[in-house]
Ligand binder design. Sequence first.
Ligand code: AMP
Length: 221
Amino acid sequence: MYLILLGPPGTGKGTQAKIVAERLGLAHVSSGDMFREAAEQGTELGLRAKAYMDRGELVPDELTIGMLEERIQQPDAQQGAVFDGYPRTLQQAQALDAALARRGRAADLALHVTAEDEEIVRRLAGRWLCTNCGEIYQEQNRPPKQPGICDACGATLRQRDDDKPQVVRERLQRQRPPAELLAHYRAQGKLRDIDGGQEMAAVTRDLLAAIEHKTSASGHS
Ligand code: AMP
Protein backbone atom coordinates (compact mmCIF):
# COMPACT_ATOMS: atom_id res chain seq x y z
CA MET A 1 0.00 0.00 0.00
CA TYR A 2 1.32 3.45 -0.91
CA LEU A 3 -0.05 6.33 1.15
CA ILE A 4 0.62 10.03 0.71
CA LEU A 5 0.33 12.50 3.57
CA LEU A 6 -0.32 16.02 2.30
CA GLY A 7 -0.73 19.22 4.24
CA PRO A 8 0.99 22.39 5.38
CA PRO A 9 3.96 22.07 7.72
CA GLY A 10 3.06 21.94 11.41
CA THR A 11 -0.05 19.77 11.25
CA GLY A 12 1.73 16.92 13.01
CA LYS A 13 2.04 15.21 9.65
CA GLY A 14 5.54 13.84 10.33
CA THR A 15 4.58 12.34 13.68
CA GLN A 16 1.43 10.84 12.19
CA ALA A 17 3.31 9.44 9.20
CA LYS A 18 5.71 7.63 11.53
CA ILE A 19 2.85 6.17 13.60
CA VAL A 20 0.86 5.05 10.55
CA ALA A 21 3.95 3.53 8.87
CA GLU A 22 4.80 1.60 12.01
CA ARG A 23 1.24 0.35 12.58
CA LEU A 24 0.91 -0.86 9.00
CA GLY A 25 4.48 -2.10 8.54
CA LEU A 26 5.24 0.36 5.72
CA ALA A 27 8.41 2.34 5.04
CA HIS A 28 8.30 5.96 6.24
CA VAL A 29 9.63 8.12 3.42
CA SER A 30 10.14 11.74 4.46
CA SER A 31 11.74 14.00 1.86
CA GLY A 32 12.43 16.63 4.55
CA ASP A 33 14.32 14.06 6.70
CA MET A 34 16.28 12.94 3.64
CA PHE A 35 17.31 16.52 2.82
CA ARG A 36 18.26 17.22 6.45
CA GLU A 37 20.37 14.04 6.59
CA ALA A 38 22.07 14.92 3.31
CA ALA A 39 22.75 18.45 4.60
CA GLU A 40 24.25 17.11 7.83
CA GLN A 41 26.44 14.71 5.87
CA GLY A 42 27.53 17.65 3.71
CA THR A 43 26.77 15.93 0.38
CA GLU A 44 26.42 18.12 -2.71
CA LEU A 45 22.67 17.44 -2.80
CA GLY A 46 22.37 18.27 0.90
CA LEU A 47 24.23 21.55 0.61
CA ARG A 48 22.23 22.65 -2.41
CA ALA A 49 18.96 21.69 -0.70
CA LYS A 50 19.90 23.46 2.55
CA ALA A 51 20.10 26.84 0.84
CA TYR A 52 16.41 26.54 -0.10
CA MET A 53 15.34 24.99 3.20
CA ASP A 54 16.92 27.78 5.24
CA ARG A 55 14.84 30.31 3.32
CA GLY A 56 11.61 28.29 3.73
CA GLU A 57 11.48 27.63 -0.01
CA LEU A 58 10.82 24.37 -1.79
CA VAL A 59 13.85 22.52 -3.10
CA PRO A 60 13.59 22.45 -6.93
CA ASP A 61 11.91 19.42 -8.50
CA GLU A 62 15.05 18.33 -10.37
CA LEU A 63 16.83 17.69 -7.06
CA THR A 64 13.81 16.27 -5.25
CA ILE A 65 12.36 13.84 -7.79
CA GLY A 66 15.62 11.96 -8.41
CA MET A 67 16.23 11.55 -4.68
CA LEU A 68 12.75 10.08 -4.14
CA GLU A 69 12.98 7.78 -7.15
CA GLU A 70 16.14 6.27 -5.68
CA ARG A 71 14.50 5.95 -2.30
CA ILE A 72 11.49 3.97 -3.51
CA GLN A 73 13.80 1.42 -5.10
CA GLN A 74 15.13 0.47 -1.66
CA PRO A 75 14.04 -2.98 -0.42
CA ASP A 76 12.04 -1.63 2.54
CA ALA A 77 9.76 0.36 0.21
CA GLN A 78 8.79 -2.59 -2.01
CA GLN A 79 5.75 -3.58 0.03
CA GLY A 80 4.56 -0.03 0.41
CA ALA A 81 5.36 3.30 1.99
CA VAL A 82 3.95 6.33 3.70
CA PHE A 83 5.18 9.43 1.84
CA ASP A 84 5.56 12.36 4.18
CA GLY A 85 6.16 15.78 2.65
CA TYR A 86 6.30 14.33 -0.86
CA PRO A 87 4.90 15.14 -3.38
CA ARG A 88 4.64 18.90 -2.89
CA THR A 89 4.16 19.88 -6.55
CA LEU A 90 2.08 18.52 -9.42
CA GLN A 91 5.32 17.57 -11.25
CA GLN A 92 6.44 15.52 -8.24
CA ALA A 93 3.03 13.79 -8.10
CA GLN A 94 3.22 12.92 -11.79
CA ALA A 95 6.77 11.60 -11.35
CA LEU A 96 5.63 9.47 -8.40
CA ASP A 97 2.67 8.10 -10.36
CA ALA A 98 5.03 7.17 -13.20
CA ALA A 99 7.63 5.60 -10.89
CA LEU A 100 4.98 3.46 -9.16
CA ALA A 101 3.32 2.56 -12.47
CA ARG A 102 6.70 1.25 -13.75
CA ARG A 103 6.44 -1.41 -11.03
CA GLY A 104 2.76 -2.06 -11.65
CA ARG A 105 1.76 -0.15 -8.53
CA ALA A 106 -0.13 3.04 -7.74
CA ALA A 107 -0.69 5.39 -4.82
CA ASP A 108 -3.73 4.21 -2.83
CA LEU A 109 -4.72 7.34 -0.91
CA ALA A 110 -3.69 10.98 -0.51
CA LEU A 111 -4.53 12.01 3.05
CA HIS A 112 -4.73 15.79 3.36
CA VAL A 113 -4.14 16.89 6.96
CA THR A 114 -5.42 20.44 7.46
CA ALA A 115 -5.14 23.06 10.29
CA GLU A 116 -5.56 26.80 10.94
CA ASP A 117 -2.50 29.04 10.34
CA GLU A 118 -2.36 30.35 13.93
CA GLU A 119 -2.39 26.86 15.34
CA ILE A 120 0.43 25.89 12.99
CA VAL A 121 2.70 28.80 14.02
CA ARG A 122 2.08 27.98 17.70
CA ARG A 123 2.86 24.31 17.21
CA LEU A 124 6.02 24.81 15.18
CA ALA A 125 7.45 27.37 17.59
CA GLY A 126 7.19 24.68 20.31
CA ARG A 127 8.61 21.81 18.28
CA TRP A 128 11.83 20.07 19.36
CA LEU A 129 13.68 17.24 17.58
CA CYS A 130 16.17 14.74 18.91
CA THR A 131 19.59 15.24 17.31
CA ASN A 132 20.27 11.52 17.61
CA CYS A 133 17.14 9.42 16.96
CA GLY A 134 14.84 11.95 15.28
CA GLU A 135 12.05 11.69 17.87
CA ILE A 136 9.72 14.72 17.70
CA TYR A 137 8.42 16.61 20.77
CA GLN A 138 5.99 19.50 21.14
CA GLU A 139 6.12 21.76 24.20
CA GLN A 140 2.33 21.95 24.66
CA ASN A 141 1.12 18.58 23.37
CA ARG A 142 3.99 16.19 23.78
CA PRO A 143 6.73 17.61 26.02
CA PRO A 144 9.82 15.56 26.86
CA LYS A 145 9.99 14.45 30.52
CA GLN A 146 13.10 16.60 30.99
CA PRO A 147 13.24 19.83 28.95
CA GLY A 148 15.82 19.63 26.17
CA ILE A 149 16.50 15.87 26.59
CA CYS A 150 15.12 13.01 24.47
CA ASP A 151 12.98 10.52 26.46
CA ALA A 152 13.87 7.73 24.03
CA CYS A 153 17.66 7.98 23.88
CA GLY A 154 18.81 10.77 26.23
CA ALA A 155 20.38 12.93 23.50
CA THR A 156 20.02 16.71 23.27
CA LEU A 157 16.93 18.16 21.59
CA ARG A 158 17.11 21.06 19.17
CA GLN A 159 14.76 23.29 17.23
CA ARG A 160 14.82 23.29 13.46
CA ASP A 161 16.25 26.44 11.87
CA ASP A 162 13.15 26.63 9.67
CA ASP A 163 10.75 26.52 12.66
CA LYS A 164 11.62 30.14 13.54
CA PRO A 165 8.38 32.17 13.35
CA GLN A 166 9.48 34.30 10.40
CA VAL A 167 10.51 31.27 8.37
CA VAL A 168 7.33 29.43 9.43
CA ARG A 169 5.24 32.25 7.92
CA GLU A 170 7.26 31.95 4.70
CA ARG A 171 6.82 28.19 4.66
CA LEU A 172 3.09 28.50 5.24
CA GLN A 173 2.70 30.92 2.38
CA ARG A 174 4.77 28.89 -0.02
CA GLN A 175 4.15 25.36 1.18
CA ARG A 176 0.42 24.89 1.39
CA PRO A 177 -0.27 22.05 -0.98
CA PRO A 178 -0.99 23.80 -4.30
CA ALA A 179 -4.56 23.54 -5.58
CA GLU A 180 -3.43 21.61 -8.66
CA LEU A 181 -1.78 18.96 -6.46
CA LEU A 182 -4.97 18.43 -4.46
CA ALA A 183 -6.98 18.44 -7.72
CA HIS A 184 -4.67 15.75 -9.13
CA TYR A 185 -5.54 13.31 -6.35
CA ARG A 186 -9.17 14.42 -6.18
CA ALA A 187 -9.56 13.59 -9.87
CA GLN A 188 -8.21 10.11 -9.13
CA GLY A 189 -10.76 9.71 -6.30
CA LYS A 190 -7.90 9.34 -3.78
CA LEU A 191 -8.06 12.58 -1.76
CA ARG A 192 -9.34 12.47 1.83
CA ASP A 193 -9.41 15.51 4.17
CA ILE A 194 -8.34 14.87 7.76
CA ASP A 195 -8.80 17.49 10.52
CA GLY A 196 -5.26 18.02 11.88
CA GLY A 197 -6.46 20.56 14.46
CA GLN A 198 -7.64 17.76 16.75
CA GLU A 199 -5.47 16.17 19.41
CA MET A 200 -2.90 13.75 18.11
CA ALA A 201 -4.68 10.50 18.96
CA ALA A 202 -7.85 11.67 17.19
CA VAL A 203 -5.88 12.53 14.05
CA THR A 204 -4.27 9.06 14.09
CA ARG A 205 -7.68 7.48 14.54
CA ASP A 206 -9.14 9.38 11.57
CA LEU A 207 -6.16 8.53 9.36
CA LEU A 208 -6.36 4.82 10.18
CA ALA A 209 -10.14 4.85 9.66
CA ALA A 210 -9.77 6.38 6.19
CA ILE A 211 -7.10 3.78 5.30
CA GLU A 212 -9.20 0.94 6.70
CA HIS A 213 -12.20 2.13 4.73
CA LYS A 214 -10.14 2.20 1.55
CA THR A 215 -8.61 -1.27 2.11
CA SER A 216 -11.97 -2.87 2.84
CA ALA A 217 -13.47 -1.19 -0.24
CA SER A 218 -10.66 -2.27 -2.59
CA GLY A 219 -9.97 -5.71 -1.16
CA HIS A 220 -6.36 -5.05 -0.03
CA SER A 221 -5.18 -7.47 2.62
P1 AMP B 1 9.59 19.14 5.92
O1 AMP B 1 10.42 18.41 6.92
O2 AMP B 1 8.70 18.22 5.13
O3 AMP B 1 8.85 20.32 6.49
O4 AMP B 1 10.61 19.74 4.84
C1 AMP B 1 11.61 20.68 5.21
C2 AMP B 1 12.09 21.44 3.98
O5 AMP B 1 12.65 20.52 3.04
C3 AMP B 1 10.99 22.14 3.23
O6 AMP B 1 10.74 23.42 3.79
C4 AMP B 1 11.59 22.23 1.84
O7 AMP B 1 12.56 23.25 1.75
C5 AMP B 1 12.33 20.90 1.72
N1 AMP B 1 11.45 19.84 1.15
C6 AMP B 1 11.00 18.72 1.77
N2 AMP B 1 10.26 17.96 0.94
C7 AMP B 1 10.22 18.63 -0.24
C8 AMP B 1 9.58 18.38 -1.49
N3 AMP B 1 8.82 17.30 -1.69
N4 AMP B 1 9.78 19.29 -2.49
C9 AMP B 1 10.56 20.37 -2.31
N5 AMP B 1 11.15 20.68 -1.15
C10 AMP B 1 11.00 19.83 -0.12
